[in-house]
Design a protein around this ligand. Structure first.
Ligand code: KIV
Length: 265
């Protein structure tokens, strides 16, 4: 079987087959994740918290992202690899192009992920018009933590929900080929997923999206600051990393994860 591409993920959305995504940051975990059969790997800037021990994702540099992306890509065989554009690496369209160029040329990423809605549309268009595949990220955007004040559910209430839906459509129109929706009410996530042609990957966004992503260390229950409410600790149930990863992929495909208790109303 060839490597997964955006066409693979589009086909899965069209066929109603759930897409299993997980974060990874190094070679050894990537081998485990690949063996479990995930469809895509996100080299998330969450590495700033779970690998580097920072309080937020803000200190992560482009060089950090290139380094970790290269470690993942070196051993990945089947999964498509998406790399995060870290904080302050996409302040202008030109800066974003430089960052994406490094992540793809030096890191080997197949797609880059960028947080933000309306203010990012010009940048997303600039990238996608130059052959850079882009994944958007809406809802809870961890790079905005100091504006938000806390990591909490976004898009509650008619106006807030409408704004996220509008941003999602705007990102797709600007050329984004995938969207991550983080910590939004399940009904809103379902509405956005129906409205978009591109795959929508949820984290804390309920089961009615095209796929799920979790931070690897969260689903293994080894995160330093406790496990968020939308996460299931698969290692506690399975007693081995390989078993936990396989159970995660199975649960996503069978729509057993996320369950009600991992979902925001
Ligand atoms: O950085 C990351 O790991 C992410 C996921 C939480 C979606 O953006």
């Amino acid at each position: 079987m060839g490597k997964n591409t955006i066409s693979t993920l589009n086909r899965m959305k069209a066929n109603g087959e759930k897409i299993a995504v997980i974060t990874s940051y190094d070679a050894s975990f990537t081998q485990q994740v690949e063996a479990a059969g995930v469809d895509a790997i996100l080299v998330g800037d969450s590495l700033g918290m779970v690998v580097q021990g920072h309080e937020s994702t803000l200190p992560v540099t482009v060089s950090d992202m290139v380094y970790h992306t290269a470690n993942v890509v070196r051993v990945s065989r089947q999964a498509m690899v998406i790399a995060d554009m870290p904080f302050m690496s996409h302040g202008s369209a030109e800066q974003a192009l430089d960052t994406a160029g490094r992540l793809m040329k030096e890191g080997g990423a197949h797609m880059v992920k960028i947080e933000g809605g309306a203010p990012q549309l010009e940048t997303v268009h600039h990238l996608t018009a130059r052959a850079v595949p882009v994944c958007g990220h809406l809802g809870l955007m961890p790079q905005s933590i100091h504006q938000l004040g806390a990591y909490r559910v976004q898009g509650r209430g008619e106006h807030a929900g409408e704004r996220i839906l509008k941003d999602a459509v705007g990102l797709q129109d600007a050329g984004a080929q995938m969207l991550v929706l983080e910590c939004v009410p399940a009904l809103l996530a379902a509405e956005i997923t129906r409205a978009l042609d591109i795959p929508v990957i949820g984290i804390g966004a309920g089961v009615d999206v095209d796929g799920q992503v979790l931070v690897l260390y969260d689903m293994l229950g080894i995160t330093m600051n406790g496990t968020p409410s939308f996460v299931r600790d698969f290692l506690a149930e399975e007693h081995s990393v390989q078993g936990a990863l396989a159970a995660y992929v199975r649960a996503v495909k069978d729509k057993q994860f996320p369950a009600e208790e991992h979902t925001f109303k």
